[in-house]
Design a protein around this ligand. Structure first.
Ligand code: GLU
Length: 417
């Protein structure tokens, strides 16, 4: 299927092929997992504020439905294309299965420059996109959520559009909604909380004896900023962060609570007091213990992997390390918490939100967070244990568990018809 082929999709497929071989996966099942089950390409026309009409390309890809309805975010970004969305949908399948969630993976996106669009334009885009994919989403079918440049407001528009179509309120069609319309407490911070929780858990497990760990975080959006907040609270010195405008560094540590305030007022991290502006690419190569890539895919490649000094990489983003980079990092004994585990906090609390919506019964934030840490901790331990017993790296171990559960279910269900 030529239509999916791009760099990110081929990378996701290569990761699957490698573990399939290692696990002796049945050829038929492996073959069925190599491509998405369904992909929808839609044109999304909207009226711009200046009166002109523009048509954007939108996608929704459902990779696998073996374990339940499909689940995954929607991103508004100028690099969105079918192959990338398909790769992200595949990763969602492994992520949900690894965390034992009763879901398959999906992803959606609209190719656009959201930073240049007004709130009104974004609303029209979200609503028309929802209308175009309406026939394949639903609380029992496919449940979208936020991703890059979409947020709880976008989710409220999606919920409203879907609900108006069917004629009654359907909060369970989408997760990551505002609490007032059926969202869950603790969903907004869930991904960053999960990233920071696993970072500390890994440091405990690895017993490197680092007294005052230091970290650099690439990306200061929902994932990066919340990770910084909690790492800081847990006693990790966050020395560098970056956003689309640039990167800042202070080897002695950045004042994270004040930086969060600064970003609220200024819309960027750049220019923050007590920091030196550095190159975005430099951030990845700083002399720190922990590196959290929490922005886009393919940032650690064979070109820079050798220059990375951190000993622990926690993938807040989806797919930040290429397979070539993985091989180099492995040789350098870098411990990686792979994205399908590290950033799973978002979808875990999305699952809790969906369960609460279906039951019409809502939980306290402490309950949400406690359950989040329990699921994340359990999966981390499973991955660590498998990597130790099988002598494989952590990404391979995580994939083996994720792929293994889907494959086992596929084998039990058999091939329809
Ligand atoms: N977009 C997030 C992810 O990549 C969350 C998905 C969800 O909550 O369904 O995991």
């Amino acid at each position: 299927m030529q239509e999916y082929h791009n760099e990110t999709f081929l990378m996701a497929q290569q990761q699957l092929d490698e573990v399939a071989e290692l696990m002796n996966l049945e050829t038929g099942i492996h073959e069925r997992l190599r491509y998405p089950r369904k992909a929808l390409l839609v044109s999304v026309p909207i009226k711009l504020d200046n009166g002109q009409t523009r048509v954007f390309s939108g996608y929704r890809v459902q990779h696998d439905q073996t374990l339940g309805p499909t689940k995954g975010g929607i991103r508004f970004h100028h690099e969105v294309n079918l192959g990338e969305v398909a790769a992200l949908a595949m990763w969602m399948t492994w992520k949900c299965s690894l965390l034992n969630l009763p879901y398959g993976g999906a992803k959606g996106g609209v190719c656009c420059f959201p930073e240049e669009m007004s709130v009104g334009e974004q609303e029209r885009l979200a609503r028309r996109y929802t209308t175009e994919i309406l026939s394949i989403i639903g609380p029992e079918k496919d449940i979208p959520a936020p991703d890059m440049y979409t947020n709880e407001r976008t989710m409220a528009w999606i919920m409203d559009t879907y609900s108006n179509f069917v004629g009654y309120a359907v909060p369970g069609v989408v997760t990551g909604k505002p609490v007032n319309v059926g969202g869950s407490l603790g969903r907004g911070e869930a991904t960053g909380r999960g990233v920071s929780y696993l970072t500390t858990r890994a440091l405990e497990k690895l017993q490197w004896g680092i007294e005052h760990p230091t970290a650099a975080i690439q990306g200061f959006g929902n994932v990066g900023s919340v990770t910084a907040k909690y790492l800081d609270q847990q006693g990790v010195t966050v020395c560098a962060v970056s956003d689309v405008h640039g990167a800042i560094y202070n080897p002695k540590g950045l004042d994270i609570p004040n930086l969060m305030k600064y970003v609220k007022d200024n819309g960027t991290i750049v220019g923050f007091d007590g920091s030196e502006k550095i190159d975005g690419s430099q951030l990845l190569e700083l002399p720190v213990d922990i590196l959290v890539p929490a922005a886009v895919a393919n940032v650690i490649t064979e070109k820079n992997a050798d220059k990375i000094q951190a000993k622990l990489i926690v993938e807040g983003a989806n797919g930040p390390c290429t397979p070539e980079a993985d091989r180099i990092l492995l040789k350098k004994d870098v411990f990686i918490i792979p994205g399908i585990l590290a950033n799973a906090g978002g979808v875990v609390v999305s699952y809790f939100e969906w369960v609460q919506d279906i039951q019409h019964l809502f939980w306290k934030e402490e309950e949400v967070t406690e359950k989040l840490y329990y699921l994340m901790g359990r999966s981390f331990d499973e991955v660590y244990h498998l990597s130790q017993t099988k002598g494989v790296d952590t990404r391979t171990a995580a994939m083996m568990i994720g792929v293994g559960r889907v494959a086992a279910a596929k084998s039990l269900r058999g091939l329809y018809p």
